[in-house]
Design a protein around this ligand. Structure first.
Ligand code: GLP
Length: 260
């Protein structure tokens, strides 16, 4: 597992944007899996800048969201559909028919999830999955105890996740949906390349368990230790609990790279 530690949030976001942009340049019709939450906001802002100022071309890119709340319409301000359009899709030249986000209002969420999993397969599988991480080590909405063999499916959110996400429902923090459709652990692990972003000291424990902890379904992100091409991109605070790498680190301006 490769770990990049950036001096601050801005550098972490730039580093992540470089990796996403490199993937798009290498394979213009690449398939991306994309996260929501506070952490990737800087990454999306940087990708929008790269599109506007450097001509980064999203016209052939396929984008699959990691997850979506069940019960929220697309245009609800706290839906992940709204978030992705507001932060990224409305500002780059991605083709609308290459954007897939689970439908939160699907009559049959099981069926919607199965169709989503199938759509990922039909697109050729995920080339690059970009992940955030919850304080309990969740990735996507795969909470502790999720089976490593899981595929896209409807899930129940953990109490801690509902509390953490209440900040995105300012008009009514009690309105956080209890359910979501999420890519499964196996769906994510099938990606050819994975990057995980984490910022802030409140993520440092989960990051430490991801890198050093036992691989266990109690910490979903620990499964990433088993992936052949996974890079964590952290700011200093999120990296503060990590043991120094026995392999030393490769320094760079504002960042250092370690291999565990
Ligand atoms: C949510 C999302 C995850 C995200 C996590 C962390 O629960 N489903 O995909 O990684 O929150 O969010 P934040 O970046 O706001 O800490």
């Amino acid at each position: 597992m490769k770990v990049i530690v950036a001096d601050d949030y801005g550098m972490m976001s730039k580093e992540a944007a470089e990796i996403v942009a490199a993937e798009i340049r290498k394979k213009p019709d690449c398939v991306l899996a994309l996260p929501t939450g506070g952490t990737p906001l800087g990454l999306y802002a940087e990708l929008v800048r790269m599109h506007k100022e450097e001509g980064l071309d999203f016209s052939c890119v396929f984008a699959f969201n990691l997850d979506e709340y069940i019960g929220l319409p697309e245009d609800h301000e706290s839906s992940y559909n709204f978030y992705m359009h507001d932060r990224l899709f409305n500002h780059v030249n991605i083709s609308r028919d290459r954007i897939r986000i689970p439908c939160g209002l699907a009559e049959d969420p099981e069926e919607e999830a199965a169709a989503y999993e199938w759509a990922i397969k039909r697109a050729g599988g995920i080339d690059l999955a970009v992940l955030g991480i919850g304080r309990n080590g969740h990735i996507g909405f795969n909470e502790p105890r999720t089976e490593f063999g899981s595929l896209t499916r409807p899930i129940y959110l953990a109490k801690r996740t509902i509390e953490a996400n209440a900040r995105f429902f300012q008009e009514n923090p009690d309105a956080v949906p209890r359910r979501a459709i999420s890519m499964g652990i196996r769906t994510i692990m099938n990606s050819r390349k994975i990057i995980l972003l984490a910022s802030g000291v409140e993520k440092s424990h989960a990051v430490n368990q991801t890198v050093h902890g036992p691989v266990t379904e109690m910490v979903p992100s620990s499964v990433l230790q088993l992936h052949p091409d996974c890079t964590l991109i952290l700011d200093k605070d999120a990296a503060s609990e990590l043991e120094p790498s026995p392999n030393g680190f490769i320094p760079g301006p504002g960042i250092k790279t370690m291999v565990y």
